[in-house]
Design a protein around this ligand. Structure first.
Ligand SMILES: [Zn+2]
Length: 68
């Protein structure tokens, strides 16, 4: 089961950053799990294991852009 996400930053869409808290996995190694597919790139996107993963998997397509 996979969810398609839109509206992420390039690093999020490439799976290099958490889609929830924007943690950069290149500079801040943290356990993460795939939560779906970025519509723009077709790449898997990830969220931190634990809180962010739970949020990502219980929330439908994020709307409104929390970080804009
Ligand atoms: Zn996170």
């Amino acid at each position: 089961m996979s969810t398609t996400f839109t509206g992420f930053s390039p690093v999020q869409a490439d799976g290099l950053a958490c889609v929830i808290c924007h943690r950069d996995y290149l500079t801040d190694t943290h356990p993460s799990r795939p939560v779906g597919i970025a519509d723009a790139t077709g790449s898997q996107v990830f969220a931190c294991t634990g809180g962010c993963h739970a949020i990502a998997t219980t929330t439908t397509t994020p709307e409104g852009g929390e970080n804009r």
